[in-house]
Design a protein around this ligand. Structure first.
Ligand code: ZN
Length: 302
């Protein structure tokens, strides 16, 4: 398979350079998947003539995008919550491209839910409409860091880009890349779906820097599929805004409101009463618009 051969080329490259090493490399480079990559290569292509390479941080600086900023390459844990603590710049200018079309929208669908507070909780990405099975593309070129199943994100891919940004593609029905794989902007990384905590097929797309979420709409004009600007400036304030939003979501997420169904209640009546669209009521409760409501059933409406 195309992506597999590219991945093997990369692994061979990492091995010959000493980035992957049985003693130190697996601990520093990643979790279980990092180990798995190593074992797969040694069994299938190297036999017993394993080079006794020594892992050196300089090798990672060369081969792993953004390694100088992250100082880790974890192929198991999605995000390190202390990531922003490593940010010690006043302002850091990230180059996004050399032309405003230097981005691929991950799918063709329209924006269905923006970044920000949503029903009292923080939504750390944007939702884009798609049908299960539609191809999902990487927005920029880079290296796949995560490709696995997660309870919340479902089948999820995280790609590390050369400027240090990471993009996240969640709820996929199928993963088509593996950690360590090099990809170009526009390469298909999986198929859209409805896995994890998702009500209906869509792509949940995030942009992160040092593990902290950034509103994708600040980076890309979602309607036109073009870059907002060729550079993106990150400063301490970018992270303060995230921290404030997180604090707000913690205090409000306990105030969910429920309606207990009584005789004669309909989704349409509840929609009018609480000012929530029927489609939203269905999504947050995980029910169909044609669902029969039973008396005593609790429906969340905030
Ligand atoms: Zn989402």
């Amino acid at each position: 398979m195309h992506s597999t051969s590219r991945r093997n080329t990369l692994i061979a490259c990492l091995l010959s350079s000493g980035v992957l090493c049985a003693q130190t490399g697996t601990a520093d480079i990643g979790g279980p998947e990092g180990l798995d990559l190593f074992e797969e290569l040694t069994e299938s292509t190297l036999g017993s003539d394993l080079p006794t390479a020594v892992w050196d941080v300089n090798d990672s600086l060369t081969f792993i995008p953004g390694y100088d900023m992250y100082c880790h390459w974890n192929t198991d844990v999605l995000f390190d919550r202390l990531g922003a603590a490593r940010f010690d710049h006043d302002t850091l200018r990230l180059q996004l491209g050399t032309h405003e079309c230097d981005i691929m929208m991950p799918c063709e669908g329209k924006l269905t839910s923006p970044y920000g507070m949503r029903r009292g909780r923080m939504h750390y990405g944007v939702d884009l409409d798609l049908e299960t099975g539609d191809p999902v593309m990487s927005a920029f070129s880079g290296m796949v860091r995560i490709a696995k199943y997660n309870k919340t994100f479902g089948n999820v891919v995280v790609v590390r880009h050369y400027n240090g940004l990471e993009t996240v593609y969640a709820h996929l029905s199928k993963l088509m890349v593996a950690p360590g794989g090099l990809i170009e902007a526009g390469d298909t990384i999986g198929l859209g779906g409805n896995t994890g905590r998702s009500y209906g097929s869509h792509l949940h797309f995030e942009v992160r820097f040092l593990d902290q979420p950034i509103d994708p709409a600040l980076v890309v004009d979602i309607e036109n599929g073009s870059l907002r600007a060729l550079n993106f400036d990150i400063h301490k304030g970018s992270f303060a805004a995230i921290a404030a939003a997180k604090a707000a979501s913690r205090t409000t997420s306990t105030t969910r409101k429920y309606h207990v169904i009584r005789r004669g209640d309909t989704l349409y009546a509840l929609s009018r009463r609480y000012g929530v669209k029927v489609s939203d009521l269905c999504r947050i409760n995980g029910i169909s618009e044609r669902a029969t409501l039973s008396i005593g059933q609790r429906l969340r409406y905030d």
